[in-house]
Design a binder for this molecule. Structure first.
Ligand code: SIN
Length: 191
């Protein structure tokens, strides 16, 4: 699948007759909310784990030196906490452009903190997209993040702001927190 997913996403869902739809954010969509929303609620989805396995050639890196951003990997029993936004379908015209580097919209069932559920959409960059970088040791991921920067800013900002948001949401994402620790340790020791 080509890395640019704009056209693919536009043909995936028919929003006709729908006034509002839930969007589940688990990465930058939690803290960089540059789109209008009707309502916002912390939520979680099951069976998916957050991983810094997607390349960023357009936002937090360049084609020559891609950064690393999060995607979701199927993992039975995993719980991924994030933020749900109820948005107008029009918002996806913008989000499809923002998330164009490999992310496709999928349907998901989300659970709110009061135990109630709703169906919505989530952007996932699957392994078959050209920008997918895959698994690597967390210390190496931290080194790559420390060096990368793109039009949206340093890749380290993405990691640090996400870690801060996940702590605020009470998420125990050991993968993100461990890369954050490596990043800070490597910076202070020059390793
Ligand atoms: C998301 O935040 O839900 C998708 C990944 C990202 O844009 O960082």
């Amino acid at each position: 699948m080509p890395a640019n997913t704009i056209e693919h996403n536009r043909s995936r869902f028919n929003f006709e007759g729908i006034d509002a739809i839930w969007l589940f954010g688990y990465g930058s969509l939690i803290y960089k909310v540059d789109f209008p929303f009707l309502e916002q609620r912390p939520a979680a989805i099951r069976g998916w784990a957050r991983r810094f396995w997607q390349g960023s050639h357009d936002h937090r890196g360049t084609p020559e030196a891609p950064g690393r951003v999060v995607t979701l990997i199927e993992q039975p029993g995993a719980v991924c906490r994030g933020m749900a936004f109820r948005v107008s379908p029009k918002v996806f015209e913008y989000l499809d452009v923002r998330e164009k580097n490999g992310y496709l919209r999928f349907s998901t069932r989300m659970t709110f903190d009061d135990g109630s559920h709703a169906d919505g959409l989530v952007y996932i960059a699957t392994e078959d997209n050209e920008a997918f970088l895959g698994e690597a040791p967390e210390a190496d991921i931290a080194r790559q993040i420390a060096l990368a920067s793109g039009p949206s800013g340093p890749n380290s900002d993405y990691l640090l702001r996400l870690a801060e948001s996940l702590r605020a949401l009470g998420d125990d994402c050991t993968h993100t927190f461990s890369i954050e620790t490596y990043l800070k340790t490597q910076a202070s020791t020059g390793s």
